[in-house]
Design a protein around this ligand. Sequence first.
Ligand code: NAP
Ligand code: HSE
Length: 428
Amino acid sequence: MSKPLRLGIAGLGTVGCGLIRQLQTHPDLIAARAGRAIEIAAISARSRDKDRGLDLSAYEWEDDPVALAARADIDVFVELMGGSEGSAKAATEAAIAAGKDVVTANKALLAIHGQPLALAAEAAGKVIRFEAAVAGGIPVIKSLTEGLAGNQITRVMGVMNGTCNYILTRMESAGLPYAEVFEEARQLGYLEADPNLDVGGIDAGHKLALLAAIAFGAQVDFDAVELEGIGSITIEDIRQADDMGYKIKLLGVAQMTGRGLEQRMSPCLVPATSPLGQLQGGTNMVVLEGDAVGQIVLRGAGAGAGPTASAVAGDIIDIARGFRAPTFGQPATSLRKMRAARAAVPAPYYLRLTLQDKPGALAKVARALGESGISINRMRQYDHADVAAPVLIVTHKTTRAALDEAIAAFAETGVVMSDPVAIRIEAV
Ligand code: NAP
Ligand code: HSE
């Protein structure tokens, strides 16, 4: 067998400890598959004294992850600290400068700094692997960069934030309002330290930006992702969607349009009978569409120690085997800076409005839609006890720009009592 592959691991939290546990549990199996032993040379975290429920005594300790990244006795720097800036960025740059390969689970770092990091790594003849950064245990990066490499990818979709899917499906199953389920998710430890990363769609937006870069040969561009979180979704929206045969999901979609690359992460209605519509709880699902392969659906755990460590270990084993692919599936120098197409692809929309219950109110809203070129498919006013009438409208296909124009015109009607909720109906 060749000489062992030696790791420096920075970050001993959920994922770091999950990885070490996996390496300690299956050393022989992993060595057999990798063709060489995989050894941990040194580790780093903020606190040296914390009990992490693991025997770490065999590994050298570094207080500074940047020093760890540059150690002469490591081949691969494994970055499991998180964050797009600070130590994660500095240590990853230091590792590349010191001639190390890098494995990371850090979607924020790569969604924001992926292009310069990939350029630096490839110029140095090194690889950056990040399977765990997107949809945790689901091997979606491998699927795109290897198994589907011969396809022109036409669309990438996914539910890639388990916390949001937990909140939306729990609201539905328990009939609870958003605020109550949000609090429940907090108590269960599902939410990131900054919950807006989850419910604001940012975490899932990072993941979508990474997939879009690989799928469309683009320079990763998180700023081009249109983001909308789940905070405005009510139990009433979920019930009405259900009644019409749909489920509401925080759905990421990336596709190439005549006007450029469209990337959006927003609540969408999807058919209740579709695989995405049936996705329950904290599970993730990624749907890939290619010209030759058609549609592929990948489903599994998007977070947690085991699933995430599984993906990190797979990347490390690939490096041990000598498998070396460019970070985003093709040389970083060949990735194109894409024009961002915003809301270019038309779709039907679900609209929820609260109108003053007086003669002519509905007609004013219908006229505003008509003047923006939007045709109504279905409309319903449901039971109400006071002067505020809840109205639902499903439009025929329209663009988000036309809808925004109509929504702006609603304000002029004087009959719309609260901010309208507009949710795209995605054909999946
Ligand atoms: P975590 O539990 O919060 O652990 C972070 C670890 O990094 C801790 O051990 C912490 O040290 C260490 N750390 C933080 N800042 C540091 C610094 N400046 N210097 C040295 N060590 C530092 O985080 P995690 O959940 O394992 O996530 C790690 C990465 O994986 C993140 O990029 C995350 O987005 C990604 N990820 C996580 C999951 C998941 O299910 N958790 C899934 C997919 C991807 P102390 O322990 O001493 O405080
Ligand atoms: N906060 C993320 C989620 C963790 O809920 O899916 C994994 O990235």
